[in-house]
Design a protein around this ligand. Structure first.
Ligand SMILES: Cc1cc2nc3c(=O)[nH]c(=O)nc-3n(C[C@H](O)[C@H](O)[C@H](O)COP(=O)(O)O)c2cc1C
Length: 335
């Protein structure tokens, strides 16, 4: 394994204006605005081009990338219920080779002149897989001569509830979590965000383990384990059985996790995610301590929603004469 190179400067692509009320900075990365697309809900960006103005977003987190292609879980993979969605995709993805040779170069080229940040979501079935994926992507970045050769950051998914191996147990066991993060840290100088499950008994303790092992920030939260039953069939609604609950039902869960971690680890950047469907929802995460907010399920249903959230956030900040930076962690909660 190679030793980490020094942290890079943000991509040479268009930079966020720091005097803009929406501009934020997390782990040394400048975001033009705090609204990004959540992992797994926007593919690798290509599917959305033509529908969504990716260059207007703060960033995009890609679908998970594993060492080898994964076929994922049996159908049906998603089911709706009042208040949200349950999914067991099983981290289906085309694998490292395809992502580094095709998907990621397309996304980076597409955003070559845009300030939109690109964060690659990484997953593994073994501890060393995370470092293997990141090293593979770094290797290609080193050989690419394009204006934008590399992602801005990586997000380690140690919290997927719907796979048989390499899911939530990676984030739930401190020694494994430490090994995953340290392994990834050894192969890249770019910022690492660790994505945790809200089902952890002590999410702040897990966050501390991740930061101590070399992570730069946290993504809070992944989906909540759940079960939706098809009563006519007397079977689970999903082919896998149980799944991960997302959408508005989990908004308060993610906001509380964000608050707990931001209190326990002041100054550590947090990407808040879970149930965001409006600027008000995003503001809840920001006040609870998130610097950046990701939108998943709601954007799958309405791909133009994140652009409207950004516009609404700008209006809200103007009306209240504040910047997003002034709001981060500004929740008043008397003891
Ligand atoms: C269809 C689907 C696929 C997902 N795939 C991933 C993934 O590949 N990696 C990951 O870390 N999270 C994945 N997630 C979790 C989301 O990134 C997000 O944490 C979760 O859905 C909560 O946000 P939301 O309520 O806005 O959807 C997925 C969620 C959904 C609904």
């Amino acid at each position: 394994m190679t030793i980490a190179s020094p942290p890079p400067t943000p991509a040479a692509a268009g930079r966020a204006r720091s005097d803009d009320p929406l501009a934020v900075e997390a782990a040394g990365i400048a975001f033009a605005n705090p609204i990004i697309l959540a992992a797994g809900t926007a593919g690798y960006g290509r599917e959305l081009s033509g529908i969504v103005a990716l260059d207007k977003l703060g960033g995009i987190v890609t679908k998970a990338v594993s060492v080898a292609p994964r076929v994922g879980a049996p159908a049906p993979r998603v089911a709706d219920f009042p208040g949200g969605m349950i999914n067991a995709i099983g981290l289906a993805n085309p694998g490292l080779e395809s992502v580094r040779n095709d998907q990621l170069p397309w996304l980076l080229d597409h955003l070559a002149d845009a300030p939109t940040r690109v964060i690659v979501n990484v997953v593994g079935s073994a501890v060393e897989d995370f470092a293997t994926v990141i090293a593979g992507l770094e290797d290609v970045a080193a050989r690419r001569s394009a204006a934008r050769a590399a992602p801005d950051a990586y997000e380690l998914n140690v919290s997927c509830p719907n796979v048989r191996a390499g899911g939530m147990e990676f984030g739930a066991d401190p020694a494994t979590l430490r090994a995953v993060v340290a392994g990834a840290r050894a192969v890249t100088g770019r910022p690492l965000f660790v994505k945790l499950s809200p089902a952890l008994s002590d999410i702040a303790a897990a966050a501390r383990v991740a930061i101590d092992a070399g992570a730069n920030g946290l993504t809070l939260v992944n989906t909540v384990p759940g079960l939706v039953v098809d009563v006519e069939q007397r079977r689970p609604a999903l082919g896998f059985g149980s799944g991960g609950v997302s959408g508005s039902a989990i908004l308060p869960v993610g906001v509380l996790a964000t608050w707990k971690v931001s209190r326990a680890l002041p100054g550590v950047p947090i990407i808040g995610v879970g149930g965001v469907a409006s600027a008000t929802d995003a503001l809840q995460y920001i006040l609870a301590g998130a610097t950046v907010v990701a939108v998943g399920t709601a954007a799958m249903r309405d791909p133009r929603l994140p652009e409207r959230i950004i516009a609404d956030l700008a209006r809200w900040c103007a009306a209240h004469r504040v910047t997003v930076r002034q709001l981060t962690g500004a929740l008043e909660w008397p003891a």
